[in-house]
Design a protein around this ligand. Sequence first.
Ligand SMILES: C[S@@+](CC[C@H](N)C(=O)[O-])C[C@H]1O[C@@H](n2cnc3c(N)ncnc32)[C@H](O)[C@@H]1O
Ligand SMILES: [Zn+2]
Length: 161
Amino acid sequence: MRGLYRSFGYTGEMPSGVVGRVEVTVTGRRVVRRKSKIKGAGFGVYAAQPFNKNMRIVDYQGELISASKSDWRERRYQAKGMIWSFTVSRRLVRDGNVGGNIARFINHSCKPNCYSEIVKHTVWIRAARNIKTGEELTYDYNTGGEAGIQCMCRPGCKNKI
Ligand SMILES: C[S@@+](CC[C@H](N)C(=O)[O-])C[C@H]1O[C@@H](n2cnc3c(N)ncnc32)[C@H](O)[C@@H]1O
Ligand SMILES: [Zn+2]
């Protein structure tokens, strides 16, 4: 999958005033990585064009490893307050920290505008509704609070990711 990924960029100003290096994903969608609107969350990923509901925006890339190998890596990531592992199946996990793409910078929200879909070993991030240019992309990590990170998706959110 990684070899098929097309990505190139330019710096430009989008209609919403969001500035950054625009990347074109494998599905031809334009997205940009910039500081997140979620307090303390670091980077986030924004729409650099409108997306229609259910569009495949980007695939979550990363090394495909066994769940047991991932357990070990996840412990190290979580000790630093980070989540990079996307569960693909009972036995397999994609580690976005190794060989990952821009999708690894998409943050969690309890009221997201995207959702994930797993097709064989590919993890698609899809639009959960129509998304406007300049909106930050989010999906539900569905961690069940395992990493113990306070969710900051909105002021007063009580959930953990
Ligand atoms: C897959 S990374 C996303 C990219 C990350 N924002 C960055 O700049 O590297 C997941 C990490 O982002 C942060 N994060 C994502 N969603 C968050 C949220 N709703 N509230 C607080 N932190 C969040 C947490 O540090 C989490 O471990
Ligand atoms: Zn939340």
